[in-house]
Design a protein around this ligand. Structure first.
Ligand code: MN
Length: 212
């Protein structure tokens, strides 16, 4: 008996915007290979399988739209779209928000908003690390724009996207063990400290500007 071919789309894994080893030493090349080529690819494959089961979803080619409107997704595949669509969207954003050429801190309007809404950049970083350490199990720490256009720091469990709760994600810290375990083992705190030197604040600042 042959297995049916896996659906080829509509969703695809975007290529990394830098080399696998580009984020070393903060994130090692082997972790990047597994994280992007295996974990992210698995979310995409399962998302494609889910939407292939529901012809009504054929027109929904934008994963963000699916996540913003989960209640409109047929119940038979809703959990899969939430988990795997979230995994696809979260990782697609994650790769773009990292860079080997980090400026170290935001500038301009984003920096001003972090000062006024989150008590300053250092406090934001401390609070984000604390949130990551306090997150039980797997999930994400997010810098988001909320519905009143204020910045907020929040966590989501599993692969839940802030988009499903009316928030616009600017930057997410992946605190699943697959994001750091090969290099940092059980010491999540060291990963959460090391990641700040590879954050692409130029990208995040532009994303913030486009969200207002
Ligand atoms: Mn991940």
């Amino acid at each position: 008996m042959s297995t049916p071919p896996k659906p080829a789309g509509p969703f695809t894994v975007p290529p990394l915007p830098y080399a696998y080893e580009a984020l070393e030493p903060s994130i090692d090349a082997e972790t990047m290979h597994l994280h992007h080529d295996k974990h992210h690819a698995a979310y995409v494959a399962k998302l494609n399988e889910a939407v292939a089961k529901e012809p009504s979803l054929a027109a929904w080619i934008n994963v963000e739209d699916l996540l913003k409107n989960l209640s409109m997704v047929p119940e038979s595949v809703r959990a899969s779209v939430r988990n795997n669509g979230g995994g696809h969207a979260n990782h697609s954003l994650f790769w773009q928000t990292l860079s080997p050429k980090s400026t170290g801190m935001p500038t301009g309007d984003l920096m001003k908003a972090i000062d006024s809404d989150l008590g300053g950049f250092n406090k934001f970083k401390e609070d984000a690390v604390k949130a990551g350490l306090g997150l039980f199990g797997s999930g994400w720490v997010w810098l988001v724009v909320d519905s009143s256009k204020k910045l907020a720091l929040l966590t989501t469990p599993n692969q839940d996207s802030p988009l499903s709760n009316g928030k616009y994600p600017l930057f997410g810290l992946d605190v699943w063990e697959h994001a750091y375990y090969l290099k940092y083992h059980n010491v999540r705190a060291d990963y959460l400290k090391a990641v700040w030197s590879i954050v692409n604040w130029d990208f995040i600042s532009k994303r913030y500007a486009s969200s207002l």
